[in-house]
Design a protein around this ligand. Structure first.
Ligand code: ATP
Ligand code: MG
Length: 390
């Protein structure tokens, strides 16, 4: 395992609250947001009340993350802390490569310009047209007026407001005003978009337009989007869903990743017989590992701790017997290894080494055992393949 390189992609499902306490926020280029041990209180003296409790959260660049949770659970409070609209009282918050608790007032102003805010109260200027309201966000960053106007018009048109460019907020419906606010939040190519119920006032088509635009922004500009919502149209677009209850993030599910893993496993003969429920619980539990060519994934004689399914790449199998090393059949996409030591409780019976760069799904020992226990056909299929391999 010495050359083992773990993927930067975190586990598909993490119980965030049980994660080990970190001593600070390590700079990481992949992360747009890092929240560590974050607490927050409202009020003074006897009225002081804690509303956020020891929160930990990492958001990757380009990720769309939806936060759900009951009313009063602290979602807006967390969002406004991440956007530096509130001061960090206790804990660490690193956003777009800035430690928020260390920024001066002037730096905070500059920081906020890199964030697109979409809040329920949209604060448009009543005396300005839709186009001028969005253009306001660009005043500082875009010296070329023609380019700026083209961008503003394109954004508003994409949100279905091409015919309302010259209208003032008073002449627009609630949903149209909300879309102007969304265009304004995206105008300056923000690294992070923070949205609180952005689609609540929108009809079906407008809600879909907004989500399409946010998805494209995330994909093309690697913008991270954090959305508080219960809207199922938004849930469908999420890469992850984070659930907040009583001031604490209690679950963090990487939906797309789990769905991809599930689709892949379903096509592997070994997993084909599992019920959809078992399959999705397996998909939720697997870790994604990426190993460069030439790395030893399991070593003969080591204790077994994981079972592996190969997503991509080829691996060679080396079996040492009486001082001689003989090669076994190489393994490729859809095949698996590591099961024998887990089933027998003995040490690894072969060394498995990547021949090319490989992407592997690994399942811990306990989880593997649970799957074995849950399905006779899984165990039968496993034994058959293992037998054929001998
Ligand atoms: N400015 C404030 N002063 C005092 N208490 C506040 C303030 N803002 C929020 N709270 C309280 O903090 C807790 C968390 O509120 P927050 O607005 O973050 O929840 P939320 O999850 O966004 O709720 P909702 O879904 O209703 O928007 C609630 O108990 C709320 O009453
Ligand atoms: Mg709220």
């Amino acid at each position: 395992m010495s050359r083992f390189r773990k993927s930067v992609v975190p586990a598909p499902v993490t119980e965030v609250t049980s994660a080990p306490a970190a001593t600070g926020v390590e700079p990481d280029a992949q992360l747009a947001v890092s929240v560590r041990e974050l607490n927050h209180f409202y009020g003074q003296g006897e009225l002081r009340k804690q509303v956020l409790f020891d929160n930990r959260l990492d958001l990757l660049r380009g990720e769309i993350v939806v936060m759900t949770g009951p009313s009063g659970s602290g979602k807006t409070t967390l969002l406004t802390l991440i956007g530096a609209l509130r001061t960090v009282q206790d804990g660490q918050l690193r956003v777009l490569d800035q430690d928020l608790h260390r920024l001066s007032a002037a730096d905070l102003v500059r920081f906020r310009q890199r964030v697109g805010f979409i809040f329920q109260t949209h604060n448009l200027f009543d005396s300005l047209t839709a186009r001028q309201n969005v253009r306001m966000a660009l005043e500082l960053g875009a010296p070329d007026a023609h380019q700026a106007n083209t961008r503003v018009d394109a954004l508003l048109t994409e949100l279905g407001l091409g015919h309302r460019l010259g209208y003032k907020p008073g002449q627009l419906s609630v949903g149209q005003r909300q879309r102007v606010a969304i265009a304004r939040a995206l105008a300056n190519f923000p690294g992070l978009v923070l949205a609180d119920e952005p689609t609540a006032a929108l009809d079906k088509q407008s809600g879909r337009d907004v989500m399409n635009l946010l998805q494209r922004t995330a994909l093309e500009q690697q913008t991270t989007v954090l959305i508080v919502t219960h809207d199922s149209r938004v849930l469908d677009a999420a890469d992850r869903i984070v659930n907040m209850v009583d001031g604490q993030i209690i679950s963090d599910v990487r939906v797309k990743e789990a769905a991809l893993v599930c689709a892949f496993l379903r096509n592997c003969p070994l997993f084909a017989s599992l019920t959809p429920g078992t399959l999705s619980s397996v998909a939720d539990k697997v870790q994604i590992e990426r190993h460069p060519a030439g790395s030893v994934v399991v070593r003969q004689g080591d204790p077994g701790d994981k079972f592996y399914v190969i997503k991509s790449g080829t691996l060679e199998v080396l079996i040492e017997e009486e001082g001689e090393v003989r090669p076994g059949k190489p393994l490729g996409s859809g095949e698996f290894f590591g099961e024998i030591a887990l089933m027998t409780g003995e040490t690894r019976t072969a060394t498995v080494r990547t021949q090319t760069e490989a992407e592997l799904y690994s399942l811990g020992k306990d989880e593997f055992q649970r799957v074995l226990d849950s399905s006779d056909s899984f165990e039968a299929e496993l034994r058959k393949v293992v037998f054929d391999r001998q």
